[in-house]
Design a protein around this ligand. Structure first.
Ligand code: SF4
Length: 344
């Protein structure tokens, strides 16, 4: 494995992509980008990252932002607890580290929302600490290089690769970790289609030599998924839409949503309950969270009097000021595109 270090570092010097957070490799920039990238592709993250940095350019501004504004800035990225943890960690940095991001892996990993991978990435990339940063890309590269058929989703497989990498970690640990990730993202692609001819490590790679790239890495999932059915309502009254804030705990906590109910309600049931002036069926949608799938159907109802239990906002206010989870967006978009929509 030691043989891969030099060719990989040389390849990275000439092939690394220009990314906004790589311009200065400041901990705040690397940290925010790593958290955003946990569940989202690089291309999609770029625009969120730019918007986030424009409004919250440093740890202090992040520690002081209101939760509503923070969730609005995060709208569309999903997994909103990540944003809340960012703010919590920023407050810790302000209070316990005088606003300066901690320098060591041991301290960084204590911050909210930062796990082994992110702590390793920040500690090595920003402070050159000799620690590993093993994400899904690195796991794939390591499994293919060594020809390992062990399930990469198991913690023990990850630990094994971490130990191997720790043994060969060079002084430029940050560059080395970044290079491994970059190779996984741009060359050693998933789903059996790596670009081995462009790979600087091809001569050391067991999977390339033995034609195993379609079979490795082995990923065996064991997740029990829950299904929930929901009826989502866009209630419209005198130019305003009803929204409500979700509970402070649990899935999508603290975000705003359209009123919704468990199960699929019929049009007749909705008419009996809300006595609307007009009803439009908005179709069906599905949203997949980590362990739950939402199967939804939506209706737009125009009603004569606003109901007290909801917050009533204009469509413009909704778009500009309130974080609406991606799960509800298909119905909101549909509302505007219906030919006889009553929401302008
Ligand atoms: S040679 Fe192919 S399979 Fe092996 S690490 Fe490089 S891209 Fe991945």
């Amino acid at each position: 494995m030691k043989k891969i270090v030099q060719p990989l570092l040389e390849w990275f010097e000439t092939h690394q992509r220009e990314l906004p957070w790589r311009k200065d490799r400041q901990p705040y920039h690397v940290w925010v980008s790593e958290i955003m990238l946990q569940q989202t592709r690089i291309e999609a993250v770029k625009k969120y990252y730019a918007r986030f940095m424009e409004e919250l350019p440093d740890i202090r501004s992040l520690s002081q932002v209101s939760e509503d504004r923070l969730l609005k800035l995060w709208e569309g990225l999903g997994y909103y607890s990540r944003a809340k943890n960012l703010k919590k960690a920023a407050q810790t940095v302000m209070e316990e580290y005088n606003g300066e991001f901690p320098h060591s892996y041991e301290e960084i990993i204590k911050l909210s929302g930062i796990g082994e991978y992110t702590a390793g990435a920040i500690a090595s990339v920003c402070f050159n600490e000799k620690v590993t940063a093993v994400d899904g890309n690195v796991l794939r590269v390591m499994a293919r290089l060594s020809g390992s058929r062990e399930n990469v989703l198991l913690p023990q497989t990850k630990e094994k690769f971490k130990k191997e990498l720790q043994k060969i970690m060079p002084e430029q640990s940050g560059r080395f970790n970044e290079a491994l990730m970059e190779l996984g993202e741009t060359v050693c692609l998933p789903n059996g289609s790596p670009l081995c001819r462009e790979c600087p490590l091809a001569e050391y790679c067991v999977s390339c030599r033995d034609g195993l790239t379609a079979e490795i890495p082995v990923r065996i999932k064991n997740i029990r998924r829950k299904k929930e059915e929901k009826t989502v309502l866009i209630l419209y009254c005198n130019g305003r839409i009803a929204i409500e804030k979700r509970l402070r705990k649990g899935l999508l906590s603290g975000m705003y949503q359209f009123p919704n109910f468990e199960g699929f309600c019929t049009e007749e049931e909705l008419k009996a309950e809300f006595q609307p002036l007009k009803v439009l069926f908005l179709g069906k949608a599905k949203h997949i969270f980590t362990h739950i799938d939402w199967y939804m159907q939506g209706y737009c109802l125009e009603i004569a009097e606003p109901l007290k239990e909801y917050l009533w906002v204009t469509p413009q206010e909704l778009t500009e000021n309130y974080a609406l989870p991606t799960a509800f967006q298909p119905f909101w978009k549909k509302c505007h595109s219906l030919p006889d929509s009553f929401i302008e």
